[in-house]
Design a binder for this molecule. Structure first.
Ligand code: UDX
Length: 427
């Protein structure tokens, strides 16, 4: 028999909304709170601002079934029978690289006295190691670290089919209670101490960042020795210790998690007197990767970017999202603008205004008059562009494919030069 739990979720951003809607979908009763009254009323009407496959549908189903509610302000989400409160508010990177916990702490101050006895507080936001203990001193409730491992663009699917559930607390029964919420998902569940649970998230995300920096460095090396990184990574991926996934070079890793977590873990290490040069150098390599893309643009513009018209295909930090947070594409666009380029960009998921660059709804409009076209996000629709038409519209002939997304043949047939990352150039 499935036990329905009463859950409060504070913060209806990307993590909070996915958590709330998915917990409602597996049978719990969930009240989600946000301080943005406009957002709350949109959510009550079933309108979801975030582009995340399946999320809007789950929100509407939860509302219809009466298992999902949206309220303004954290206190309104707490009832006498609330069993678990999830904290899903932002923990942005502060100026020194450490995570800024002010939002988490301010919610706890607001609701601390309202929490019923035995209500556990679960932290979903990535928080520095030691946060659970620090928060325990603020409220009279068990704090449970319960990191999420959701990828943008497949968050609902990741939530409903998790590789593992991690919960950690010095109060093991409380950790077990939080872990039990996920029972319908039948995933391996690790009940840990709080610091280990908090550490799992950092260790996993930073491993991924290091893996990508490594692959990006290998791609640069392939370029210089005339090897093809696609073949090289395929050959590596057969080894199960390496695995096939997360081996694609690109314009650098970005998004709301990897850069923030990498910087935060360096900071955590420093705070206990360790340097972590490996992770630092993965972060440096990521900056170098962007500098390398800019060098390629410079070469394609005969040395100078100033005054050059450049067309960008893709701005989101990866395909399947409209998220621009810490997007390498945006950083590259900004650097080009700073060097005096005239930048026009198209992204199938993004419209509106962006400072410094011209954003257009049509990919052909983005390449018009461009000396160089740069593919920065791996949107599949870019593969099937009419390259003859692109060649006619462009002023130059170089297409820099930082995602190794395109098939070079149709481009070269159209008279274009295709340059991938770590792949032989074809023209
Ligand atoms: C990531 C983690 O995967 C997820 O487990 C965690 O909870 C949050 O952070 P997300 O930020 O959605 O998820 O992005 P992800 O798909 O992991 O990609 C991160 C970055 O790496 C993107 O910039 C992406 O383009 C880049 N990437 C990924 C590559 O360059 N090559 C790859 O092979 C994979």
């Amino acid at each position: 028999v499935r036990v329905q739990r009463k859950i409060a979720v504070v913060g209806t951003g990307y993590v909070g909304l996915t958590t709330g809607a998915c917990l409602a979908a597996i049978g719990h009763h969930v009240v989600c709170a946000d301080i943005d009254a406009g957002k709350v009323s949109r959510l009550r009407a079933g309108q979801v601002d975030i582009l995340e496959p399946g999320l809007a549908e789950l929100v509407r189903r939860g509302l219809d079934a009466g298992r999902l509610e949206f309220v303004v302000g954290a206190p309104a989400a707490i009832h006498t029978d609330t069993e678990v409160l999830f904290l899903c508010v932002p923990t942005p990177m502060g100026a020194d690289g450490s995570a800024d916990l002010r939002a988490v702490e301010s919610v706890l101050r607001e609701v601390g006295d309202l929490l019923p006895e035995d209500c556990a507080v679960a932290t979903k936001s990535t928080v520095p190691v030691g946060t659970a203990d620090r928060l325990s001193r603020m409220v009279n409730a068990p704090i449970v670290a319960n990191p999420e491992f959701l990828r943008e663009g497949s968050a609902v699917d990741d939530f409903l089919h998790p590789d593992r559930i991690v919960v950690g607390s010095s109060d093991r029964p409380a950790a077990r209670r939080v872990g039990a919420l996920y029972e319908p998902l039948q995933a391996p569940t690790l009940i840990l101490d709080a610091a280990s649970a908090e550490m799992v998230k950092y260790a996993a995300n930073c491993f991924l960042a290091v893996k990508l920096s490594y692959v990006n460095a290998i791609a640069q090396l392939c370029d210089r020795v005339g090897a093809d990184v696609v073949a090289v990574t395929e050959g590596m991926g057969y080894d199960p210790r390496i695995g096939r996934s997360f081996l694609k070079p690109g314009p650098g890793w970005g998004g709301s998690c990897l850069p923030k977590d990498a910087n935060a873990l360096v900071h955590v290490a420093e705070s206990v007197g360790l340097e972590f040069p490996l992770l630092r150098s993965a972060i440096e390599q990521n900056a170098r990767q962007q500098a390398d893309v800019l060098d390629r643009v410079r070469q394609a513009c005969d040395g100078t970017i100033r005054g050059a018209r450049i067309g960008l295909l893709g701005l989101a930090f990866k395909a399947g999202t409209n998220d621009l947070r810490d997007s390498p594409a945006v950083r590259i666009a900004d650097a080009l603008v700073a060097e005096g380029a005239e930048v026009t960009a198209h992204d199938p998921a993004i419209s509106g205004e962006l400072s410094g660059i011209r954003l257009v709804d049509d990919p052909y409009e983005a390449v018009k008059g461009a000396v160089v076209v740069i593919v920065l996000t791996e949107w599949p629709e870019f593969r099937t562009l009419d390259w003859t038409r692109v060649a006619e519209l462009m002023d130059g002939f170089t297409v820099l494919d930082t995602r190794n997304l395109l098939d070079g043949d149709p481009l070269t047939r159209a008279g274009l030069t295709w340059r991938g990352m770590g792949r032989p150039v074809t023209s």
